[in-house]
Design a protein around this ligand. Sequence first.
Ligand SMILES: [Zn+2]
Length: 344
Amino acid sequence: MKKLILFLCLFVTAVFAGESVPKNIIFFIGDGMGLPQVTAGKVAKGSLEMERCPVTGFATTWSASSLVTDSAAAATALSTGVKTGNGMLGVSPDDHPLQNVIEAAEKRGKSTGVAVVCSLTHATPAGFIVHVPSRKMDPEIAQQIAASDVDVLFGGGLDYFDLPELQKKMTVALTAEEFRSLGTPKKAAAILYPVHPPYAAERSVSLKELTQKAIEILAQDKDGFFLMVEGSQIDWAGHKNDGPNVVSEVVDFDDAVGAGLDFAEKNGKTLVIITADHETGGFALLDGSVENKAVDKTGFVHGGHTAAMAPVFAFGPGSSVFSGIHDNTDIGKTMIRFIQTSEK
Ligand SMILES: [Zn+2]
């Protein structure tokens, strides 16, 4: 009997230990996606893919320099677990480079990637790869991205990259057709626009397709992977006080979340986290219809960001720690801790 109890204890401990640290992390960021934006997406879709997450929480978003963060400081907080000043990427307020989750994953032998619908040099993806004092340094940011060991780079920004240099180290797709015939090389870039892609309705490749292909490539690594996916333009529609495009960008982002959750459900060792870097616009949902899935009237406080807490959704091993209220740096710290202690 004692032996049986001991065995059961060990078994439960092993299962719990195995479940608590993920092997893979897929991290989704809806740029500018506050709770009202999520609500608008739910009205438009009926039910959101994000709702498949059993764990929900909130994250405070302020930066080291301001109550209202920008995307650079927020990306740095989420990727490194350290707060910095607005405009700064991957460095401390006094400009020292900070280790980010992608670098931690590479050290652990894992594959890494980013898939976004903006220029790869823009604040959020850059905040997961580079170390520069200003987000405005696009050519320098592109150089650091090209020199990095990131295995999957999907987005825009071709104008900033030295294409022949990039082609030396990875397969590069420049059109939707080339993207769809990429296959599964170990390292791949799809740089589909000179700078930024258009809004969702006009994009030749959806964020969901980018996410599915990125996972397909990265999941080949037996040591696991880290992938960051950004719904970049929820924020931009917010800056323009453009309600309909806020809604369609949230819908497009949520479709991509579904692809991540589909993989995580089958894989069993993958943590999916969905959050925002900040809210944009002071967005409000003012009229519409649940039955007709219609968002008819929206409003905005202004054309900038706000300091509202960001929603957090999590699914898979390790997800339970994201329940409750945390600081955005806790998300970065936790992801790095998981990566450093995860199964290879
Ligand atoms: Zn913004």
